[in-house]
Design a protein around this ligand. Sequence first.
Ligand SMILES: Cc1cc2nc3c(=O)[nH]c(=O)nc-3n(C[C@H](O)[C@H](O)[C@H](O)COP(=O)(O)OP(=O)(O)OC[C@H]3O[C@@H](n4cnc5c(N)ncnc54)[C@H](O)[C@@H]3O)c2cc1C
Length: 459
Amino acid sequence: MTIRYDAIVIGTGQAGPPLTARLSNAGMRVAIIERKSFGGTCVNTGCIPTKTLVASAYAAHLARRATEYGVTIGGQIQVDMNRVKARKDEIAGRSMEGVENWMRGLNDVTVYQGHARFNGPRTVRVNNELLEANKIFINVGGRALVPKMPGLEQVQYLTNSSMMDVDYLPEHLIVVGGSYIGLEFGQMYRRFGSKVTIVEMSERVIAREDEEVSKSVEEILGNEGIQMRLNAKCISVRKNGNRVVVGLDCADDNRQVEGSHLLLAVGRVPNTDDMGLDKAGVETDKLGYIKVDDQLRTNVPGIWALGDCNGKGAFTHTSYNDFEIVAANLLDNDPRKVSDRIMTYGLFIDPPLGRAGMTANQVKASGREALVATRPMKRVGRAVEKGETQGFMKVIVDAKSKEILGAAILGVTGDEVIHSILDVMYAKAPYTTISRAMHIHPTVSELLPTLLQELKPLG
Ligand SMILES: Cc1cc2nc3c(=O)[nH]c(=O)nc-3n(C[C@H](O)[C@H](O)[C@H](O)COP(=O)(O)OP(=O)(O)OC[C@H]3O[C@@H](n4cnc5c(N)ncnc54)[C@H](O)[C@@H]3O)c2cc1C
């Protein structure tokens, strides 16, 4: 027997649950399906648990630096990995339960636990039930990419998901992948007390950022004793007793590093390979991301794709923004679209990087005339007072329109400060909105007006 609904939502990531709540409030009968943990990646294996771990790592780091601030802590600083994990489990667990209880408490919403697969363009099978609806929303997210790497089948490796079960201190953690996820794990485990080596294929970490951002991040991590092995063009792995050896160059056996544990952080793949998309006729690109238009509609009328699985963003805020776009179009007669948003994200090492809009490299490639201002955090009073002066701030402005094109704030509270720039970008206001504003002393944001009074041509 087919069970009829007004809407089916597949996946409880960052878009599915708020959309289900909106549809329910609009009087629809909704089925929401989750195959694993309510809340998806961000809640269970992504943002929330990693940021609780980053917070524990920060506490350990600051404790080690306590004497610099005139604070004496008797004895050696110890990190209890059981407690670190328990704190993380408690915070993430509360979030997961919150999402589940929210969904189960909604009017006319039925929660299914199981793997959903399309049976046709209007039907979805979960466990032994066949569900049907005229509106189907896909929010299935992604998972860690496990690359085809010589020797990988012989060794044990960790991903961001299995890292969540670690309640011990790896003696030497080798992180393959010098991008956002790898760098966050690398710094936190170094601060917990592990030896850490980051192996990266490119000539610099987070290669999509400008060179000075990459170099500054490498310096910050290097200052804490993290080893960087860059330019690892051909990576292989093998076992040596109970240890793991990572080869960095297939033509040179001497370029290798040996450690106790291996973490793979080399990218993500969408969870679209085993959900019968072909039976519904939903098109994907060659990487498996579901093709959508500017309002997140797939090629099949009545089916939408939201969040990481559509390849339009890889963040919690992009997935949530997808929900807002779909809800606005469907329920509010408000034609919001993906192309209205300005790309922004954080790298949550310490100090963090807050990014908005274009990089300097992208601006140069666009050929437009631009201005840039840069200030090291050493020249930001609040950073000096806090004893956290690593990094810099950089803002790029269009020389003609005076609008801000992009910014990178790598420094203490950079992940927060970036928002005053982002909001002016959304307002399409000139940079003088900030450079003529009066900000609170002493804050990091206080220096944004001064910074923008020092614009020079972007070379
Ligand atoms: C280590 C790490 C750290 C991160 N840190 C940040 C951060 O600090 N800030 C940030 O903005 N982003 C961060 N991200 C990215 C962020 O977690 C994701 O972008 C976010 O979770 C959005 O995901 P989503 O809504 O697309 O789906 P997801 O959260 O991935 O959820 C998809 C859900 O669908 C379920 N599902 C999949 N297939 C099926 C099926 N066939 N049937 C039923 N259910 C199914 C899954 O079990 C899952 O629960 C991080 C990611 C990782 C891995």
